[in-house]
Write a protein that binds this ligand. Sequence first.
Ligand code: ADP
Ligand code: MG
Length: 294
Amino acid sequence: ATPIGLLVGTGRGAQLGILIRGPHVLEDTRKIDTVLLDKTGTVTEGKLAVTDTLALDGCDDRELLRLAGAVESGSEHPIARAIVTAASEAGPVPTATGFTSAAGGGVRASVEDSLVVAGRISWLEENGVQLSESELGLLHGVQERGATAILMAIDGRLAGIISLRDTVKAGSARAIARLKELGLRPILLTGDNAAVAAIVAAEVGIAPEDVFADVLPAGKADTVRKLQAVGSLVAMVGDGVNDAPALAQADLGIAMGSGTDVAIEAADLTIMGNDLAQVAQSIELSRGTLRTIK
Ligand code: ADP
Ligand code: MG
């Protein structure tokens, strides 16, 4: 039988916009000591905007954005939405065919007569595109300015870099401070580059040693496993397809209500308000609930 306090907690959670998969989830929530937070869409708004384009020899900014818009039309990622928006504002966007994507990596498609690959460096390498020393220098320059940098290759050669920016959610810093007051260790976990991750972490009060950047989706789940192996009880908070393996692996998976269906299905708990304050509330709820049934 389910203790009545857990049922009450589940009902109270629903009133707060916290959807709990089953009453037992609150028991797991109570014991958590570490909270892994995905960056994009969890700590940040996940509403990116293109801030700059850097076209290399043989390409121009307009063409770069036009082809990027086409290849990203097949993706639901916040990066893709931002690029499609910017491209559509600049002019007509052609149709892409043969679209493929890799979660936490990037996208690939044929556009007109070209093969277009967009994403992180490892995704370009997987597609046979190697960066020269000077191209790597350009990438690092963009990243050091705090931008999320998307590499664009056309027919096997780097054609340019698109810079995007996101904003930290208004309530993130306060919510993370509350998690710390509750005795939890917040950790930032992202597929984005280290410079962006460091800037976001500083803004919300996460210690530099608790930032894991350039982490692929499988790496997110591995990070959870490694923390569990040293005895941590881990909650993972995320919204993307790339977060699903880590949400499933965690002792407690928490999805943003605005997240993808895959993330919500993998999670034990869904936060409808998309506000990190609700993560702290869930912990408090579980602790309060379990106190009343003792
Ligand atoms: P986060 O962990 O911040 O939510 P993701 O794991 O979703 O980020 O993505 C990690 C990286 O993979 C991005 O910063 C980007 O370089 C690349 N990427 C993911 N999806 C796309 C896409 N649709 N187009 C281009 N690059 C992408
Ligand atoms: Mg995300």
